[in-house]
Unconditional design. Structure first.
Length: 231
């Protein structure tokens, strides 16, 4: 039987957990620092979003608010750019970097960027597999059914594929966003470096998410290996 206090779980999970904690600290530190730094153009996040979308011929994309902090995102289904209150109102470098990144996603959608399409297509499967996979896995172990446990591993691995596909989507959106800031002269060279710091920190959170998913997947496989040896 598998116990939640299994020390081997921490052998697999702890490095990824520490990376995730560091990534969250880094992104919040960069966000907080540059949210206090005004951009030289003096424009707010929502004004920047309107200018960038208009400049790229994406006037059909609506801009809405979303509650919370660092909850900004682009929804390809409804063609909506959603900005958190702080980013929408702020006239900071952080606000411009986050807006530019999300407009980068809108450009990916408009241009049919393949990794974004793949990620969007995986969402329904991953939503189900995220809870079905562990359930099948532990039921398989509990009742001595390696085939059922392996089915759980296979289902859970969909999350790893999703996290892996997310990396090029997010990195590319940041590259597009920085290019937009340069093209429309929304930041000077110093502010561009600051915007890159914010987006690089955010990108690390996606690397950490992949590491966490892979560590759990490897732990499941390790348990199944031990289960097979006992048989």
């Amino acid at each position: 039987m598998v116990f939640w206090w299994d020390p081997m779980y921490f052998v697999f999970a702890l490095p990824a957990l520490l990376l995730a904690m560091y990534a969250q600290w880094k992104v919040r530190a960069a966000y907080a620092r540059y949210l206090r730094e005004p951009n030289f153009r003096g424009i707010s996040g929502v004004e920047a979003a309107e200018a960038l979308l208009r400049g790229q011929g994406l006037d059909h994309i609506s801009i809405e608010g979303t509650p919370g902090e660092l909850t900004d995102h682009y929804d390809p289904r409804s063609k909506t750019l959603r900005l958190s209150p702080a980013v929408a109102r702020s006239r900071s470098v952080a606000a411009l970097s986050i807006v530019a990144h999300e407009v980068g996603h809108a450009l990916q959608d408009a241009q049919g960027y393949v990794p974004l399409r793949i990620r969007s297509g995986l969402v329904p499967a991953v939503t189900v597999a995220a809870w079905v996979g562990p359930v099948l896995f532990f039921i398989g172990l509990l009742f001595g059914s390696p085939n059922l446990a392996w089915a759980g591993v296979l289902a859970f691995s969909a999350g790893a594929v999703f996290a892996l596909v997310t990396l090029p989507v997010e990195f590319n959106a940041s590259q597009r966003g920085l290019q937009l800031l340069r093209t429309y002269s929304l930041v000077d060279n110093r502010e561009l470096a600051a915007a890159k710091s914010v987006l690089d920190a955010a990108a690390l959170t996606y690397v950490a998410a992949l590491a966490q998913t892979l560590s759990t997947l490897l732990y499941y496989i390790f348990l199944l290996g031990g289960f097979r040896r006992r048989d």
